[in-house]
Design a protein around this ligand. Structure first.
Ligand SMILES: Nc1ncnc2c1ncn2[C@@H]1O[C@H](COP(=O)(O)OP(=O)(O)OP(=O)(O)O)[C@@H](O)[C@H]1O
Length: 211
């Protein structure tokens, strides 16, 4: 469970969130929508601990972010980051990150990359990757440890039609496992409707549930 309580966020005099409260529950997929610049990415960063709210708290499974953990634990995250090491191959980048926790195997990495269609590119340097390949490598990194929580900023951007379908299948399988939470942002109503149990809208610095 992820609990947002009284979240307020400003950049100088630009108020992004005014007293947001929301609970993200297990076994549920959430889409966050809203116009450009409304705060979708900032909200994901606050949930992850990458950006601090000016007021309010984020609790992850009862633990307040900033006390035991500075960053969300057991989560796979893709928010235009991590920016991978350009001079390393795709595989070397994933492997280096996988070695931190050592819970996913080489086989896991290769299987996932095969599904995503970047296995052939894994031995190429990251700096040669196209936008779509970069997106897929970020998704592979977020998914490879089968985290409890998956947080994805615009996961379908830069993907071709077939890849969108593949990624939707992967995310649908992910959320059908017990006790998972998926939170993603999107501008595309098809993606939102295909994947989200709950659609959230950021408007006028508030977060609304779309019925
Ligand atoms: N580090 C920062 N410093 C100052 N302002 C910021 C910073 N990060 C975000 N903002 C501002 O916060 C607002 C929300 O940005 P955010 O990136 O969350 O929008 P978004 O809803 O994800 O937009 P898009 O749909 O274009 O991706 C914008 O006005 C943006 O300029």
């Amino acid at each position: 469970m992820i609990n947002l309580r009284n979240i307020e966020k400003k950049y100088k005099d630009n108020l992004i969130f005014d007293n947001i409260n929301f609970d993200f529950k297990e076994n549920t997929s959430y889409a966050i929508t809203g116009i450009n610049g409304c705060g979708k990415s900032v909200l994901l960063k606050i949930i992850c601990g990458f950006s601090l709210p000016d007021q309010g708290t984020v609790h992850i499974n009862g633990e307040k972010l900033g006390v035991k953990y500075d960053f969300i634990p057991n989560a796979g995250v893709s928010i235009n980051a991590p920016e991978f090491v350009k001079t390393m191959t795709g595989y070397e980048n994933l492997k280096a990150l996988a070695e931190i926790k050592n819970i996913c195997t080489d086989e896991d990495i290769h299987n996932l990359c095969r599904q995503l269609g970047i296995d052939q590119a894994l031995n190429k340097k990251y700096k040669t990757y196209s936008l779509g390949m970069k997106q897929k490598l970020r998704l592979a990194q977020a998914l490879m440890e089968n985290p409890d929580i998956l947080i994805l900023d615009e996961p379908f951007n830069a993907l071709d039609e077939n890849s969108v379908k593949v990624v939707k299948d992967i995310l649908n399988k992910f959320i059908r496992q017990p006790n998972k939470i998926l939170i993603f942002t999107s501008h595309h109503i098809d993606d939102v409707e295909d994947l989200a149990d709950v659609i959230l809208l950021i408007k006028d610095q508030k977060l609304y549930i779309c019925e």
